[in-house]
Design a protein around this ligand. Structure first.
Ligand code: PEP
Ligand code: MN
Length: 459
């Protein structure tokens, strides 16, 4: 039998990026150890298949056409020691609860995409971190080095790439198993929403919407038969090119290369330069991909990026994840959307209302204000609706765990609460309640503004 997926190491996808500038790559001190890890990964099993990636691309094509909504979320950075069955289950079910609310509010089928099973490498703004006069290499995610502030932990260790692969494989296995579990179905999401609205007086006002969702039977869908609420795809930032390249396989039947570390990979704001290694590698894989777009992106630059990453304009191939900041999105986004529409390019527009709104708390904790996150998301909807385009989805840093990392939301977490359960090894996440507050409050704002997208029955 011929193998369906071949490492085909001579293929251009493995080589052309290597001669180009690659931002944010670790300085691995031991090149022999890196070679050993890459060799192990190159002969390991794919985590996802081309068929699944193509299915996600079909789903995202519906998002780009305005016929579906994307809910993408999960940790800023997964941590090897913190990922366990409980955390995976809670985050997956939080995503499902969000999908239930957004699906009803938008009257659209929802595509659910986790930042999970591979989100272990982080771009950083500085190469080192200094505490009390001691300077050490910065933490770059568990795929690279340890979070502890010690010289030993911070040495990049390529063996971590193999551990991350193993943990991602186990995570995917569990997610697939939970998907078939009767306790994780849409009925479970509805029950969770009911408990959420009943649990506190501030949330009583969401009760009528929850009842409507219940009466509609949870996920509305559009009756076209494709929406399955337990379909959960996996995504991460494709930052470490040695890792991604080693896990790239060529589909024998078509000759097309796929990143097999996850269904969708994205390019971050810091590594999207047109002449860089990331854009080159991503241009050659066949997965659906996304790119983060910050406030400094220029219209011409964005068009060139779209044409490099999606030259054929294949529907569902490219998602643009907008992360501008609450004070900026209404000013900068309209020109970009107008230009992309005028040039007839097909992309899905998605809002990441987290990364443009990071602030420092007096305690030194990195945090985000719930109201800023909601404001950027609202601004995104206003801009897209104003131009007759489709606000295609949300990209959130969240967890199902009861953490105290962002301030505000229905429970009124303040700066003083942050130390209580601040668990993130990188950026602050919305906890489950804050995530649901965001979905319900966006629904109220859309309704008040009479923007299309607020479910008909909200009127
Ligand atoms: C992230 O998603 O964690 C991240 C680093 O985002 P960005 O590239 O948009 O800054
Ligand atoms: Mn982040």
């Amino acid at each position: 039998m011929t193998s369906l997926l071949d490492p085909a190491t001579a293929h251009a996808v493995h080589t052309t990026w290597r001669s180009l500038p690659a931002g944010q790559q670790p300085a691995w001190p031991d090149s022999g150890a890196l070679d050993a890890a890459v060799t192990a990964l190159a002969s390991s099993l794919p985590l996802v298949t081309p068929r699944e990636c193509d299915l996600l691309k079909t789903r995202l094509a519906a998002v780009a056409r305005g016929e579906a909504f994307l809910v993408q979320g999960g940790d800023c950075a997964e941590a090897l020691d913190a990922v366990n069955a409980m955390s995976i289950g809670r985050t997956a079910s939080t995503l499902q609860q969000l999908a239930t609310v957004f699906g009803y509010v938008m009257s659209l089928p929802v595509v659910t995409l986790a930042r999970m099973a591979g989100q272990y490498a982080k771009p950083r703004s500085a190469a080192t971190e200094t505490r009390r006069g001691v300077e050490l290499p910065v933490y770059r995610g568990d795929a690279v080095n340890g979070h502890a502030f010690t010289a030993a932990a911070r040495i990049p260790d390529p063996q971590r790439l193999v551990r991350v692969y193993d943990k991602s494989a186990a995570t995917l296995n569990l997610v697939r198993a939970f998907g078939a579990d009767e306790h994780s179905g849409p009925g479970h999401a509805l029950e969770a929403l009911r408990q959420f609205t009943a649990a506190s007086p501030e949330r009583a006002r969401y009760e009528s919407l929850t009842k409507e969702i219940e009466q509609a039977g949870g996920f509305t869908g559009t009756g076209d038969g494709w929406h399955t609420p337990d379909e959960l795809f996996m995504s991460h930032e494709g930052l470490l090119l040695d890792y991604e390249s080693a896990l790239t396989r060529v589909e024998a039947a078509t000759g097309r290369p796929y990143a097999t570390s996850g269904h969708l990979l994205w390019i971050g704001e810091r590594t999207r330069r047109l002449d860089g290694a990331h854009v080159e590698y991503f241009s050659r894989i066949s997965n659906p991909i996304a790119v983060k777009i910050g406030p400094t992106v220029e219209e011409d630059e964005l068009l060139r990026l779209i044409d490099r990453l999606s030259p054929g304009g294949e529907p569902g191939r490219l998602t643009l994840v907008v992360r501008m900041g609450a004070g900026t999105v209404r000013r900068v986004l309209p020109g970009l959307v107008e230009r992309v529409m005028a040039e007839g390019r097909s992309v899905a527009w998605v809002s990441d209302p987290m990364h443009g709104n990071t602030v420092s708390a007096p305690s030194g904790h990195k945090t985000r204000r719930f109201d800023d996150v909601l404001d950027e998301l609202t601004g995104f909807f206003e801009v897209l609706h104003g131009l007759g385009a489709h606000p295609g989805g949300v990209h959130l840093e969240l967890t199902g765990d009861d953490v105290t990392e962002c301030v505000g939301g229905g429970a009124g977490l303040g700066f003083a609460d942050l130390p209580t359960r601040y668990r993130s090894v990188c950026d602050p996440r919305l906890n489950r309640e804050q995530s649901l507050d965001l979905a319900f409050q966006l629904a109220e704002l859309l309704d008040a503004a009479r923007l299309p997208g607020a479910g008909e029955s909200l009127r």
